[in-house]
Design a protein around this ligand. Structure first.
Ligand code: NAD
Length: 429
């Protein structure tokens, strides 16, 4: 099949490359000419394991093309995927301006009869609104399908080929099957539903995962007061199949380009319906407080951070990505900066993006060891596995004093204690 992808960011590029690998002819379109130029040369525009290889393979085969010119490719395609951003507005609702602009271009440029697939995360009612917009006062008819995306950055390629499910919302089963048939080679549960349900599945899934994180963080705070160990509590809970072990790692709270904005958007949806979503309100509050608790811990142990050098390992919102949007690590660095700490940071992939977000006084190193000289403490803020294999004796030699604050419960407390580090994590004695 021939497919146009509008928006070639984290979701659009992975989707485009994945669909090309499945054998489709894919035209990836973006309004950012630099992005398109870079991708056209076969270079990735963000860090995502194994994406580059597949990008170059499919570019070479001709199944994948990049352009800024939607008009040239749109009528060669039977399917148009919309993968543009839906960031938060000040009132917490999703900004649909990119989506509406993409839909307006489709209406203007495309002949009718095409299937428009909305992959962007959108509030309940958006697919209906876009279908109305496309088909109102027009002789051309478009079918609109909601196909929310569930990929995880850092594991996005694997998630494309092995997703837990494919959710397809449509008004007609025959149209839903057109989209499902694009993914015949992907073996997974394929759930056909209506637009509104598909839209809400995406928000409910992210809100539930965030709830798990805030829940285990609350348990971690109880552990700190009682001497229990949150890692073992989580393990014991996670062995129960009804609970499962995922998203039960205590730490400095969730961040990233999706959870914070999707949760505030769901809150906004609930409020607009006159519903007080008490549980979700608490999830947000617990998350915001969790980072503050950690900063207070650092401040207390160090007897204040003003003028003290703190080495921060990790800036991305999670491992295996360079994405720093709403990263908890970035929030932590900003809080420590406001308290007057001297900050030396390192991240294996995310430093270029972090520099655009962090205050000018923050310094960066070329390696983890590079930022440790004379540090009063090291803070782990992203769960990169690289940090687990550091030579901690060497780290200790470089530092002014051997203190670790592990905001991701990444390291083994016993082995660090045996190296005579003062080691503080979240909810572990
Ligand atoms: P992104 O910001 O990385 O990419 C969006 C791209 O769309 C940008 O490259 C932008 O230039 C382009 N764009 C905007 N308007 C355009 C237009 N009119 N025509 C062509 N291109 C246009 O965003 P993302 O992270 O890929 O997220 C996209 C959507 O997918 C969001 O709704 C997000 O919530 C959802 N989502 C994201 C993830 C994730 O992990 N990033 C996971 C699941 C769902």
């Amino acid at each position: 099949m021939k497919i146009t992808i509008i928006g070639t960011g984290y979701v659009g590029l992975v989707t485009g490359v994945g669909l090309a690998e499945l054998g489709h002819q894919v035209f990836c379109v973006d309004t950012d000419p630099d992005k398109i130029k870079t991708l056209g040369r076969g270079e990735e525009t963000f860090y995502e394991p194994s994406l580059g290889q597949l990008l170059r393979k499919n570019l070479k085969s001709g199944r994948l093309q990049f352009t800024t010119n939607l008009a040239v490719v749109i009528n060669q395609s039977q399917f148009i995927f919309i993968c543009v951003g839906t960031p938060s507005l000040a009132n917490g609702s999703a900004d649909l301006s990119y989506l509406k602009s993409a839909a307006a271009s489709i209406k203007r440029l495309a002949k009718g009869g095409k299937v428009v697939v909305i992959k962007s995360t959108v509030p309940v009612g958006t697919n209906k609104m876009i279908a109305k917009m496309l088909n109102q006062n027009s002789a051309k008819l478009f079918a609109v399908v909601s196909c929310p995306e569930f990929l995880r950055e850092g594991k996005a390629v694997s998630d494309f080929f092995n997703p837990d499910r494919l959710v397809v919302g449509a008004t007609k089963e025959s149209v839903a099957f057109k989209v499902i048939n694009l993914f015949t080679k992907v073996k997974t549960h394929k759930l056909i539903t209506d637009w509104e349900t598909a839209e809400l599945i995406k928000y409910a899934a992210n809100a539930f995962l965030a709830t798990k994180i805030s829940f285990i963080n609350e348990i971690a705070n109880i552990c700190e007061r009682t001497g229990a160990n949150v890692s073992d509590v989580a393990k014991g809970m996670g062995l129960d199949k009804r609970i499962n072990p995922y998203f039960l790692r205590a730490g400095i709270g969730y961040g990233g380009s999706c959870f914070p904005k999707d949760i505030t958007s769901l809150m906004h949806i609930a409020t607009c319906q006159g519903y007080n979503f008490r549980l979700l309100k608490s999830v947000i509050e617990v998350n915001e407080n969790q980072r503050k608790i950690f900063v207070d811990k650092i401040n207390k142990v160090l007897g204040g951070v003003r003028g003290k050098t703190i080495a921060v390992l990790g800036l991305a919102f999670k491992d295996n990505t360079d994405d720093v949007r709403k990263s908890a690590a970035i929030g932590l660095v900003k809080q420590l900066d406001r308290l007057g700490a001297v900050l030396n940071c390192y991240d294996p992939q995310a430093m270029a993006n972090a520099k655009k977000e962090l205050p000018a006084g923050v310094k960066y190193g070329r390696s983890a060891y590079d930022i440790l000289t004379a540090a009063s403490a090291v803070v782990i803020a992203t769960e990169w596995s690289d940090f687990t294999t550091l030579d901690w004796l060497k780290v200790k030699r470089l530092m002014k004093q051997p203190i670790i604050f592990d905001g991701k419960n990444l390291l083994d407390p016993k082995s660090l204690a045996s190296l005579k580090f003062k080691y503080y994590s979240v909810g572990r004695p």
